[in-house]
Design a protein around this ligand. Structure first.
Ligand code: IMP
Length: 198
């Protein structure tokens, strides 16, 4: 069975990605299995830069075909912020809670609550074969937190078609319609198609 490395140490992400890649007939490992490897510095100015950097550095350290993702929450009324800075919105090493509070505070009294999650997935098969996949989902920032599932900004991101925040959905549902699900679905189609050809 082929190995695929997911370049993350974040157990929340890994749980989602593991489910999303079920059925691929690959042996999935992550950077949690390689404690000696430090995660890449996420200092790029775009999601694609960070996603590429995470995947490429982990590939160079392990020689295993690697997938990484980078996600940002893009808020209309904040000219696209926090975007690529979503993890550190409230400061270096900020908690999920601190980031959400900062965002809710900035949007107090603001009527345009439109936002979208964007995920860029990078697949580094080897030094020459590098692919990117993008997934997006549009929604609204709620006035307060709702729900206890998910992670990050999930409890303040309303998916309007269902009237639920991502944190109010079971993982199976979030994994059918999220930004990450959409990007990984493209990756999965690509890998399945390729294995048919080769
Ligand atoms: P990362 O750089 O891809 O790890 O994501 C940056 C930040 O975006 C994370 O620290 C989370 O706060 C947030 N984030 C990423 N994915 C999700 C998600 O699926 N739901 C909610 N927040 C997320």
């Amino acid at each position: 069975m082929r190995k695929l490395l997911i370049a993350t140490k974040n157990p929340d992400k890994l749980r989602e990605i593991g489910r999303l890649l079920e059925g691929l007939n690959t042996n999935i490992v992550s950077l949690i299995d390689f404690p000696e490897i430090r995660g890449a510095e996420e200092d790029g100015l775009t999601l694609i830069e960070n996603s590429y950097k995470k995947a490429y550095e982990a590939y160079l350290s392990t020689g295993i075909p690697t997938v990484a993702d980078d996600t940002g929450l893009v808020v209309d009324a904040l000219q696209g912020m926090p975007g690529v800075f979503s993890a550190r919105f409230a400061g270096e090493n900020a908690t999920y809670t601190a980031n959400r509070r900062k965002l809710l505070k900035l949007l107090e009294g603001v009527s345009n609550r439109r936002a979208k999650f964007v995920t860029v997935v990078t697949f580094v098969r080897n030094e020459r074969e590098i692919y990117h996949f993008v997934g997006e989902v549009e929604g609204f920032i709620t006035p307060e937190e709702r729900g206890s599932g998910g992670f990050g900004y999930d409890s303040i991101f309303l998916y309007p078609q269902m009237g639920l925040t991502f944190a109010e959905m079971p993982l199976e549902l979030k994994n059918k319609l999220s930004h990450r699900a959409r990007a990984f679905e493209e990756l999965k189609k690509f890998i399945i198609n390729e294995s048919r050809i080769s």
